[in-house]
Design a protein around this ligand. Structure first.
Ligand code: PEP
Ligand code: MG
Length: 601
């Protein structure tokens, strides 16, 4: 997306904040805005990576046995390559991320897919390349007939697998070794590219396609390599060795930066490194405002592997464990035993810090069973709605959570709650399991805390009734914003309408915090808003007891909280609650950050 607004600027000293980078205008310099997929900054030269175009022709073969042998060879080779990638992934990132590639390897054994390919070679005498291309393309066109981001992500994985098989049939090699440290710029980045290129010194990734929840983005974040994705047509403007700046915090790509921008970013990088060292010093200090108001700082995690990094960054607890990741990793519901293993490991590693395990939130933008499609999945069979319809799956999960609660630091949380009835039904199931455990002497935490996400407006508007039913509440602003403003959280076309600081959102947060506190229960926020520096003073002023944030942002958010005065934050909140537009709220928040000389907004 090219930015059109122009501004007269500026010396390096004048260029005080990132908002001005967005509007920077100077001949020869281009500033593009994409999606910030992995945090960090990089300055360096481009390496344009064009994946070989896959071209196959409907050629007929004479020797079909020979062609079947070629297919077998290619599948074996592809399997070996994937096994190597799985090993590298395990070494560099961890067990769970390897699951992305294990899922690719499983497709290689899919008879439903390969049966017709073999038939096409045997009966129609088509070449293996053409047969693979044709059958995979059929399969892909079905997968792509959806708006479901997770399904589209899977389609991208299948596309990558198709390319791998055909490349091996054509006996072409894929070269991932680079001679120097570069910023990789490409049309689309596959998870395998991201991982394999990272064996070199990759400074950053930039891609034309992709979203922040794509597998490639997840891997980039795990590898601590900055990435900006979703910059359409960027390849037309860049060739090898073009000078670039990548700002993975704000989603900027700067082409041919001038001295002003280079100086600005060099300072940022220097400051970021110094701060990173300094932040280590505050690691063990509490999240506390200057005037002594204490905020608990915890993290949202999806994988057990992320926990070490989160603890190293000073997390006091896990405010949200998105348990559905276990489902994605396997493609089916995990067994009770697998869940016990994961939840217990989380609880033990985090001890004495607490761990909020959210029951499966499947549906919406999250992967559904392959044969199940909905026209409006975000308004459909999702989260607690699905779990109450699948009592056995739900019971297995609740049992596993209770077993892991034995150290008394596990909490249970329900997603997508709309009605009191859903809470009551869950409590009945839970009580049944608890009495069975008591009878059979299985140890568990009898007082395990039970909470819900406030992410549907019905909970906000009836907050006192909901708050009476639970021990804690966590606000999911990603969904709450989506449902309050009727804006699809994953739709790029309306992304400018997804205003997390819209007055309606802020006023809903106030109602929710007040309602929870009236019932004397703790309230946290685990939506992405809590990781947004601009929003942090406002959230503190609203009275949230806990922020559950992205682990990468935690040290800086703690530093920010330690630079805020609680009474000033309350005044800011009062003023924001009177605003008419989200821009007014942003401006007031920005002004406050400027006043306290906070530079990372
Ligand atoms: C939310 O909706 O804000 C949230 C934290 O949950 P998820 O992003 O997993 O839907
Ligand atoms: Mg949600």
């Amino acid at each position: 997306m090219k930015l059109h607004r122009k501004l007269k600027i500026i010396s390096a000293e004048d260029l005080m904040n990132f908002n001005q980078v967005e509007t920077y205008s100077k001949e020869g310099v281009t500033v593009l805005k994409g999606l910030p997929a992995a945090p960090g900054y990089a300055i360096g030269s481009a390496f344009v990576y064009h994946r070989d175009k896959i071209e196959t022709f409907a050629s007929v073969v004479l020797d079909t046995d020979e062609e079947l042998k070629n297919l077998e060879y290619s599948l074996e080779k592809s399997k070996k390559e994937l096994n190597k990638i799985i090993t590298i992934s395990r070494e560099k990132i961890g067990e769970r991320t390897a699951g992305i590639f294990e899922a690719h390897a499983l497709i290689l054994d899919d008879q439903l897919l390969f049966g017709p390919i073999v038939e096409s070679i045997k009966k129609k005498r088509y070449s293996a390349e053409y047969s693979v291309d044709k059958e995979f393309s059929k399969y892909l066109s079905v997968m792509k007939q959806t708006d479901d981001a997770a399904m589209l992500e899977r389609a991208a994985d299948v596309e990558d697998l198709k390319a791998r098989i055909i490349r091996n049939l054509q006996k072409k090699r894929w070269e991932s070794r680079l001679k120097q440290s570069v910023i990789i710029v490409t049309h689309s980045l596959t998870p395998a590219d991201t991982l394999l290129f990272s064996r070199n010194e990759v400074l950053a990734y930039v891609s034309e396609l992709g979203g922040i929840t794509s597998h490639a983005a997840i891997i980039s974040r795990s590898l601590n390599i900055p990435a900006v994705v979703g910059i359409h047509n960027v390849l037309k403007q860049i060739s090898n060795d073009t000078q670039l700046i990548v700002d993975g915090f704000n989603g900027y790509l700067i082409i041919n930066p001038d001295e002003t921008l280079l100086t600005f970013y060099r300072k940022k990088i220097e400051r970021f490194q110094i701060d990173h060292d300094k932040l280590k010093e505050i690691k063990n200090l509490p999240g506390e405002t200057i005037d002594g108001h204490r905020i608990k700082l915890s993290v949202n995690i999806e994988l057990l592997d992320e926990l070490d990094f989160a603890i190293a960054n000073g997390a006091e607890g896990i405010g949200l464990f998105r348990s559905e990741e276990l489902f994605f990793a396997r493609g089916t519901f995990p067994t009770e035993a697998e869940q016990i293993e994961t939840y217990s490991a989380l609880a033990e590693k985090m001890y004495p810090g607490s761990v909020v395990i959210r029951t499966f939130d499947i549906g919406g933008d999250k992967l559904l069973q392959e044969d199940y499609f909905e026209k409006n999945p975000f308004l459909g069979w999702r989260g607690i709605r699905m779990m109450l319809d699948k009592p056995q799956v739900f019971k297995d999960q609740l049992r596993a959570i209770l077993i892991a609660s034995v150290h008394k630091n596990v909490k249970l949380m329900l997603p997508m709650v709309t009605t009191i009835d859903e809470i009551e039904q869950t409590k009945l199931i839970l009580e049944e399991i608890k009495s069975e455990f008591t009878k059979t002497k299985i140890p568990f935490d009898k007082n395990i805390e039970f909470g819900i996400m406030a992410e549907i407006p019905s909970v906000v508007f009836c907050i006192s009734e909901f708050a009476k039913e639970v021990d804690f509440i966590s606000v999911g602003t990603n969904d709450l914003t989506q449902y309050l403003l009727a804006v699809d959280r994953g739709n790029e076309v309306v992304s400018d309408k997804f205003q997390e600081l819209h007055p309606a959102v802020i006023r809903s947060l106030k109602m929710t915090v007040e309602g929870a506190h009236k019932e004397n229960i703790k309230i946290s926020i685990c939506g992405e808003l809590a990781s947004n520096y601009l929003a942090v003073p406002l959230l503190i002023g609203l009275g949230f007891d806990e922020l559950s944030v992205n682990e990468h942002f935690l040290p800086e958010i703690k530093k920010l909280i330690r630079s805020i005065n609680f009474s000033e934050a309350q005044n800011l909140t009062e003023a924001c609650l009177k605003c008419r537009t989200h821009t007014e709220i942003i401006n007031l928040s920005r002004k406050y950050l400027k006043k306290i000389k906070w530079e990372y907004n």
